[in-house]
Design a protein around this ligand. Structure first.
Ligand code: SAM
Length: 307
């Protein structure tokens, strides 16, 4: 397995399949992509995933944009999940199109799914995303659970005075489906006014969970805490902002939709183009060198000061 200069081994790759999306979420960071040009073919994604798998990466998260807008999404999942060394392929989706394809995704090799679900109130859903699609999303969640994608996680970005009064409704909603609620702190990427207006501290929720939990587990990735409540609810907290623990335990590299290795969500000044060399016939050794170059450029965005 490959490690970066800060001793962080690279176990995961987050692959953006497209920058296109059918929603317009007010807070979206678009995976930190800046005006990407074009998309990778399924075979190109497979080749890159196979190369990183040879270097010890074993988990792939598909994202976007909205990954389900790719017409070849089943082919992408099938190809990646057949790569030797890849143990888990998962996806984050807005689930507006999930209902019809969840079973096929599972059959193609998808193991689990994260669904963006910031609210259960239709008017709020429209305010946040720009569209009236909450019903389709909820049907998508139920279908994902039904076909056995496991776990199904609901991603709730905590937004001050928008959905911060709905946490316990979402805890109940996910528990009833044996799903997991993942509460995500809003990240500031680009639009400072959005951050100023909507950022909410997750600490009060953490204190509340501490007070009523049965047990807490700390995941190796980002040192994320997952709280298990006595009624069976599971709530995970993603707290990236000014969190050096989060960064010093980041084991992820990213691939942009137009084929650049991206060492960090928060930066766009250290991308390593892999699409062009691939299309120009680069051999495996060259692709590997590009991966190692990107790994070598990784730096914790928020630091402890001891690095
Ligand atoms: N369209 C897909 C979806 O909705 O999951 C994939 C792309 S979306 C960018 C991936 C995840 O990033 C979603 O769960 C979303 O809530 C989260 N996200 C987007 N912008 C964010 C921000 N500014 N801060 C924290 N999380 C964010």
């Amino acid at each position: 397995m490959v490690s970066d200069r800060f001793g962080r081994s690279i176990r995961d790759i987050r692959v953006s399949l497209t920058h296109r999306c059918n929603l317009r979420c007010i807070y979206c960071h678009g995976e930190g992509e800046c005006n990407p040009g074009g998309e990778l073919e399924a075979s190109e994604i497979e080749r890159i995933v196979a190369m990183v798998a040879d270097e010890g990466v074993s988990r792939v998260k598909l994202t976007g944009g909205e990954p389900l807008l790719r017409r070849d999404i089943l082919e992408v999942v099938e190809r990646i999940s057949s790569v030797p060394g890849i143990e888990e392929v998962s996806m984050t989706t807005n689930a507006t199109l999930l209902q019809d394809v969840a079973g096929d995704l599972k059959e193609a090799g998808l193991k689990r799914v994260n669904v963006s679900l910031d609210t259960l109130v239709p008017e709020r859903y429209r305010e946040i995303t720009g569209f009236d699609m909450l019903d389709s999303v909820l049907r998508g969640v139920d279908e994902a659970v039904r076909v056995g994608l496991n776990p199904v996680k609901a991603n709730m970005v905590l937004l001050r005075e928008v959905n911060d009064d709905e946490i316990w409704d979402l805890v109940r909603f996910t528990r009833e489906r044996k799903a997991i609620l993942q509460v995500i702190e809003l990240v500031d990427l680009g639009d400072d006014s959005v951050f100023q207006r909507f950022h909410a501290d997750v600490e009060p929720l953490e204190s509340e969970l501490q007070g009523c939990m049965e047990k807490v587990a700390v995941r190796s990735m980002h040192k994320r805490k997952k709280y298990f409540l006595p009624d069976g609810s599971e709530v995970e907290i993603v707290k990236p902002v000014h969190n050096s623990d989060f960064c010093s335990n980041c084991t992820r590299i990213r691939l942009t939709s137009d084929g650049k290795l991206k060492p960090c969500l928060m930066r766009n000044d250290n991308l390593v183009d892999i699409a062009e060399p691939l299309r120009n016939g680069a051999d495996s050794k060259t692709l590997r060198e590009l991966f190692l170059k990107a790994v070598n450029l990784r730096e914790p965005y928020y630091r402890t000061g001891k690095e």
